[in-house]
Design a protein around this ligand. Structure first.
Ligand SMILES: [Zn+2]
Ligand SMILES: [Zn+2]
Length: 277
C-alpha cells in the first residue's frame, strides 16, 4: 500500500465511483495524494476538488488521460495540473468527442448497409453520460441478436479490418504532449509497455517535452518496473504510477493506492507545478 495514486478513473469517464466517492475512498484508505485522470474529459475534476475539502490530509491533483493514435495502436498520455478551464483544452476535447460521435454514426450507417440496423438513440442510451464508443455499438448489436458475444461484434464487424469499421480524426501522442504543455500541464506517458515500441515512443515524446512515464502501474512485474525505471533514468523522466482504478471488479482489480507509487513521484510533480508561471 502506498499513500500515492496518480491514475484513477471516475464516472466522468468509464469508472464506477463518482469523483466524490473516489475522494472519500482514497481518504479512508489513508492516501495523501491522488490524481483524477478520466479519459478525454475534465468533468470529474471540480466535484473531486470540492469533495476533497472535507479531507484536509488528502491532496487531489487535477488530471486527465487522453487517448491518442499511432499507426500501431492507441497510446494514452496523462496530463497533471492541467489548467482544466483552458479554452484550447476545452476545444480539443470537444473536437475529440465530436469525432467519436461522427465515427459511431458512420459505423451504424455501415451496419445498416450490411443489413444489421441498430438505433443511434439506443447506442447513446447505452453509453449514458460517458463517451460513445465501439463497446456501446457492440452492446446494441447484441441486444438485436446479430451476434452472440460482444467480442464477436469486433471480430466480425467493427475491429480495424471489419466491414463496418470507420476511422475517427486522430491525434498523435506528440500532439497531445504539446497540448498538455500549452495548457500548463505536466505530460506523462501512461502504461508505456502497451506501446508497440516503448523506448522509441519515450524518446520521441521526450523531444516534445514529456516529463514522466508510468513505472509503478497496475499489474506490472518487478522485472517490468526495473526496465521502466531504467528508461526513466536514461531519458531523465520522473517515474510516476498509479492503480488505473475503475471500480469494476474488486476481485481482480488493483485497489486505489495498490501500486506502491513512491511519495517522491508526487513531490517531484508538485515541485514542477510550483515552478510554472
Ligand atoms: Zn490508459
Ligand atoms: Zn486509465
Amino acid at each position: 500500500m502506498s499513500s500515492v495514486d496518480l491514475h484513477i478513473h471516475s464516472t466522468a469517464s468509464d469508472g464506477k465511483l463518482s469523483p466524490a466517492e473516489v475522494v472519500r475512498k482514497s481518504a479512508e484508505a489513508g492516501l495523501t495524494v491522488i490524481a483524477i485522470t478520466d479519459h478525454d474529459t475534465v468533468n470529474g475534476i471540480t466535484p473531486a476538488l470540492e469533495a476533497a475539502k472535507a479531507f484536509p490530509r488528502l491532496k487531489v491533483i487535477p488530471g486527465i488521460e487522453i487517448s491518442t493514435d499511432t499507426d500501431k495502436g492507441e497510446v494514452h498520455v496523462l496530463g497533471y495540473f492541467i489548467d482544466y478551464t483552458h479554452p484550447e483544452l476545452q476545444v480539443a476535447l470537444q473536437r475529440m468527442r465530436n469525432s467519436r460521435k461522427e465515427r459511431a454514426q458512420k459505423m451504424i450507417a455501415k451496419l445498416k448497409k450490411l443489413g444489421l440496423p441498430i438505433e443511434w438513440a439506443r447506442v447513446q442510451e447505452i453509453a449514458g453520460s460517458g463517451t460513445v464508443g465501439r463497446p456501446h455499438i457492440a452492446q446494441a448489436m447484441l441486444e438485436k441478436g446479430y451476434i452472440s458475444t460482444i467480442k464477436e461484434a469486433f471480430t466480425r464487424y467493427i475491429s480495424w479490418s471489419g466491414p463496418a469499421y470507420a476511422e475517427r480524426t486522430k491525434m498523435s501522442p506528440a500532439e497531445i504532449v504539446s497540448l498538455i504543455l500549452r495548457v500548463n500541464g505536466v505530460p506523462v506517458l501512461a502504461h508505456p509497455l502497451t506501446a508497440a515500441n516503448p523506448e522509441v515512443m519515450i524518446a520521441e515524446l521526450k523531444e516534445h517535452g514529456l516529463v514522466g512515464i508510468e513505472v509503478y502501474y497496475d499489474g506490472c512485474t518487478a522485472e517490468e518496473i526495473n526496465r521502466l525505471l531504467g528508461l526513466a533514468d536514461k531519458y531523465g523522466l520522473i517515474a510516476t504510477g498509479g492503480s488505473d482504478y475503475h471500480g469494476l471488479d474488486a476481485n481482480t482489480e488493483t485497489m486505489i493506492g495498490g501500486s506502491n507509487v513512491p511519495i517522491e513521484a508526487a513531490e517531484r510533480l508538485f515541485a514542477l507545478a510550483k515552478q510554472r508561471p
